[in-house]
Write a protein that binds this ligand. Structure first.
Ligand SMILES: Nc1ncnc2c1ncn2[C@@H]1O[C@H](COP(=O)(O)OP(=O)(O)OP(=O)(O)O)[C@@H](O)[C@H]1O
Ligand SMILES: [Mg+2]
Ligand SMILES: [Zn+2]
Length: 508
């Protein structure tokens, strides 16, 4: 007897539909699975056998052959347990075969017949939608994630026994419905992390607002204790909510990463702050079955690299591709995977090893050689890729002790950011671009048109300060965001002049 059911294999952030064929024939009792790597086959066989017996089904003592097709795509073990068990039960006459073939199933079995949660359920759901397979059986713990994309009927279950009853029509189950995505559900502002606590630092606060409004990369440099880390941690709170498409993209990455996240769609922009001892692989992603790294986990969110100059050189160089292309290629022996990696980089560093270079009162004890060596840890090409450079000087005592500081709360800043981002959403509708920082040459040409006066200012600045071609583009993009914050269609002279000021490191 032959049976058929669908399952899926995860490839990067994509899911490939796999057909699980099971054939039971008379002959020596052998249970073989073809199309899986050896180790996974053995483990799966053991789990399926035990789970079936402990769910009250006899395990057929005949010749069982399971074929996972196509054979040439790489498959990871556990996810196929459920479809293999269902296939055997159908081929053995315990499940109605004709009912089985409309389903896709994904789930790992525990020895007692419970269904364990698996990775990559959202990509599978999206793939089923594309392939017009309508019914998806999932572990109960994956139900929200599976239903988040809509359109596919999701049937969540706890045990193998329940699923058998359901497919045979002995147990009624309505498709699980995940409540519609509510954009305003999560303001993202954390009461302990509000800009109202930051004293002084007007310039840094303004540049944080611009960075958030256009999703620009930003680097802050200043002496110890001036508030760099403090400001960075407050930026997620002023970012606009994610659009539905952004949320699906980010959740998809987290779904295949195997990391825990709030079930359903990720609605808050992620904020990742890997330690400066992190390896290149931790940042970029990798492994036998490649897992997304920090640059992808922060997709559509923030990657915060504190103590930027202390990161290993090879780890920092990994950032160059994603900063430019908004994606990262993870290579292995035979093939390579592309993960999305469109993040907003926030970097913070001291200006020199002792930290006091340029300090108003304290003296820097480093010699010029040490300073140069320290600053050159961030390569030119990398610094070039950061849109906004800002100095965060030490606070004066008067600023620090001021009682009625005029600091604005995150709520007000966020309102302006959201407004500016709405302008951008309309501008880039349907293009896959969500913010000014993601513009490529074509969009820059179209949307960053300068008047004669503004053009003159830019020309003078470029000639005088010797900016690179990339810096030139960055200035245009940042000025576009400043104009959006100003509610202005045209980029004016003051917008360009301000954007030029944020190329601090190009000047020193
Ligand atoms: N502008 C500020 N307003 C209010 N408090 C501040 C400010 N700057 C610093 N502080 C206080 O000093 C502490 C240290 O600041 P923070 O960690 O942000 O410094 P930093 O610039 O990151 O220093 P480092 O270079 O050593 O990492 C903060 O937790 C906060 O209590
Ligand atoms: Mg710090
Ligand atoms: Zn110094």
């Amino acid at each position: 007897m032959l049976s058929l059911i669908y399952s899926a294999a995860i490839n990067g952030i994509e899911a490939d539909i796999v057909e699980v064929e099971t054939y039971i024939s008379s002959g020596m009792p052998v249970f073989s699975i073809v199309g899986l790597p050896d180790v996974a086959v053995k483990e799966s066989r053991d789990r399926v056998t035990a789970a079936m017996k402990n769910s009250g089904f006899d395990f057929p003592s005949r010749k069982i052959t399971v074929n996972l097709a196509p054979a040439d795509i790489k498959k990871e073990g556990g996810i196929f347990d459920l479809s293999i068990a269902l296939g055997i039960l159908a081929a053995n006459g315990k499940i109605r075969k004709e009912n089985l073939r409309r389903f896709c199933a994904a789930g790992e079995l525990s020895l007692d017949g419970k269904i364990r949660k698996v990775k990559g359920v959202l990509p599978i759901s999206l793939s089923l939608q594309k392939n017009k397979i309508e019914d998806f059986i999932v572990p109960i713990a994956n139900r929200q994630e599976a239903a988040a994309a809509g359109k596919v009927n999701i049937f969540p279950f706890k045990t193998l026994a329940e699923i058998v009853k359901f497919i045979n029509g002995e147990l009624n189950c309505e498709p699980y419905v995940y409540n519609a995505y509510d954009l305003d559900a999560d303001s993202g502002i954390d009461a302990d992390c509000d800009f109202v606590d930051v004293k002084g630092q007007k310039n840094a606060r303004r540049s944080a607002e611009i960075a958030a409004a256009g999703s620009h990369n930003i680097i802050m440099s200043g002496p110890p204790g001036s508030g760099k880390t403090m400001i960075a941690k407050r930026i997620p709170g002023i970012l606009p909510p994610m659009t539905f498409d952004e949320a699906v993209e980010t959740t998809r990455i987290w779904s295949v990463s195997g990391r825990a996240f709030a079930s359903g769609l990720i609605k808050r922009r992620t904020f990742r702050s890997p330690h400066h001892t992190s390896s290149a692989v931790a940042l970029a992603g990798g492994g036998t079955y490649p897992r997304p790294g920090e640059v992808s986990l922060s997709h559509n969110g923030v990657l915060f690299l504190d103590e930027f100059a202390e990161f290993r050189r090879d780890a920092l160089e990994v950032l160059r591709q994603p900063l430019e292309d908004k994606k990262i290629t993870v290579s292995r022996a035979k093939d390579s995977f592309i993960f999305p990696a469109s993040f907003m980089l926030i970097a913070a560093m001291n200006p020199c090893p002792c930290g006091n270079l340029g300090h108003r009162e304290k003296e820097c004890v480093c010699n010029p050689y040490q300073v140069r060596k320290y600053q050159s840890r961030i390569s030119g090409p990398l610094m070039d890729r950061i849109d906004i450079h800002v100095e965060v000087p030490a606070l004066k005592f008067s600023e620090l002790s001021a009682l009625n500081d005029d600091s604005e709360s995150s709520v007000g800043i966020r309102e302006r950011v959201v407004k500016a981002r709405e302008i951008q959403n309309v501008r880039f509708l349907g293009s896959g671009i969500y913010a000014n920082a993601q513009m490529q040459a074509k969009e820059i040409k179209k949307y960053c048109v300068l008047g004669d006066d503004a053009f003159e200012i830019l020309k003078t600045a470029v000639e005088k300060l010797n900016f690179s071609a990339r810096s030139y583009d960055k200035i245009l993009k940042v000025s576009r965001t400043i104009a959006d914050l100003d509610g202005s269609d045209v980029i004016k002279t003051n917008h360009i002049a301000e954007a030029v000021r944020y190329r601090f490191f190009d000047r020193v």
